[in-house]
Design a protein around this ligand. Structure first.
Ligand code: LLP
Length: 430
């Protein structure tokens, strides 16, 4: 047995996840199929919690449900004491369904409707507002026990332009000055418990960025606390911890980040009269990204003028990231792992009627044949979550592997799901 990269290993020249052969999985459950390795999920969670909590004990991880909302995955994370980061009421309901208690759920919406504000209050979760103007509207429905604001720390970083959430070109958060006004009016409204939050970007692989921006937030928090005369019970530095997608990318040194950020939290709050706040993070990708491989079957190969197209049953409807950001996902021919790459320049695409329907471009892979099974890596974060029924293709199935145990954790959709909520007016029925 040889490990290639998580969660894949090779045995008998075939790719395995845990104790199962993925060709058998493809045969049993069909393709496209998301295969998640439970042990990798648990390891990722333990590694990131250990990195922070071993330096600063008052620590809470809020898993960002938007990365992957599968209830079985949520239940595993909850069983390990994870909290939840929810971006809408529906995510709060999913988190509750998976057993997350309201006091471990933080709600960070943006441009919330009245209904959403009211519901968040009723659910008794921590409310993190993206704008100060929302506070007056929220107070019409009641007073939250704890309130925080999302700060735009003035800087941001992200792997693609679309993944930068701090700085000048973003709809998210409020600046320091506005936040002071927000906390002042919250105080006037009689709110007594406060937190502060930022989420400045995603898929970041530069380890130094995290302590740098955390220090910035701590200083902002210190100035706000002083001006407003409050303390922060939690300081949430967001998610954004990257994973390597390309062979040239290195694993993020999470130990370094946990230690550096933890030390800042040991040192700065006392200097800045911030009390002893809980250090919160809300990762999505780091926890689930590399737990999951997407299996796709090759249905054809066609020579184009500049590239050879390999058509599979996974496309932009199944994994949108390559089409949306030009994202790179490593691809292996699962049933011919040791074969030398052919000199062909290959574009892997799906069955969608769009020219942006790509999974991978400009790859060299072992010569591919119809019927081959491709393993597309790092599909656990924003994979199924961003999949769609475009071109009327039902969404894929998901299985969970634990050693040699395999469980179907989401059934493949059928044509029935395409019309599930459609209504035909009586007058069109005859
Ligand atoms: N907290 C908030 C408020 C967020 O908006 C997000 C992600 C997270 C936490 C988790 O971020 P992470 O640790 O996963 O970086 N669709 C993109 C990613 C968009 C991230 C949106 N917000 C992708 O496929 O790469």
């Amino acid at each position: 047995m040889r490990s290639i990269e998580p969660p894949l290993t090779v045995r008998d020249k075939i790719v395995w996840v845990g104790g199962v052969n993925i060709l058998e999985l493809a045969q049993q459950f069909g393709t496209p199929l998301f295969v998640t390795d439970e042990n990798r999920l648990r390891d990722n969670y333990k590694r990131i919690v250990g990195a922070f909590a071993s330096t600063y004990r008052k620590f809470s991880l809020q898993y960002a449900l938007k990365a992957n909302n599968n209830l079985s995955i949520l239940r595993i994370l909850r069983s390990m004491d994870s909290g939840a980061d929810c971006s809408c009421i529906e995510e709060i309901i999913l988190a509750k369904k998976a057993g997350f208690p309201p006091n471990r759920i933080i709600y960070t919406g943006n441009f919330n409707s009245d209904l959403e504000l009211n519901m968040a209050l009723k659910e008794r979760v921590m409310i993190n507002l993206d704008d100060t103007a929302q506070l007056t509207r929220l107070m019409r429905f009641g007073r939250p026990k704890t309130l925080s604001f999302r700060i735009n720390p003035g800087v941001g970083k992200g792997k693609y332009a679309g993944l930068v959430f701090g700085g000048k070109r973003t709809k998210f958060g409020v600046d320091e000055k506005k936040a002071v006004e927000g906390y002042l009016s919250a105080k006037r409204f009689g709110i007594r418990h406060f937190g502060i939050h930022m989420m400045s970007g995603s898929a970041i692989l530069e380890k130094e960025y995290f302590p740098r921006v955390a220090e910035r937030l701590l200083k902002i928090a210190g100035r706000i606390a002083k001006k407003v005369g409050i303390e922060f019970e939690f300081i949430n530095i967001g998610g954004g911890f990257g994973i390597p997608y390309k062979p040239s990318e290195r694993v993020l040194d999470i130990q370094f980040i946990g230690k550096e950020v933890g030390e800042l939290f040991m040192k700065l709050p006392s200097k800045l009269s911030l009390g002893t706040p809980t250090l919160m993070i809300e990762p999505g990708r780091y926890i689930v990204g590399d737990t999951t491989v997407l299996l796709a079957k090759v249905h054809g190969k066609k020579k184009g003028a500049v590239t050879t197209y390999v058509g599979t049953d996974a496309g932009m409807n199944t994994l949108l990231r390559p089409a949306l950001y030009g994202a790179y996902h490593q691809v292996y021919v699962a049933n011919r792992i040791y074969h030398r790459p052919s000199p062909e320049n290959i574009t892997i695409c799906g069955q969608i009627c769009e020219n942006t329907d790509v999974i991978a471009e400009g790859r060299r892979l072992p010569s591919i044949k119809e019927g081959d099974i491709l393993a597309i890596l790092n599909a656990g974060a924003y994979g199924f979550a961003m999949s769609s029924q475009y071109n009327n293709r039902p969404r894929a199935a998901e299985v969970l592997v634990n050693g040699s145990t395999v469980d179907l954790i989401r059934e493949r959709e059928t044509v029935f799901d395409l019309t599930l909520h459609q209504k035909i007016p009586e007058r069109l029925k005859n």
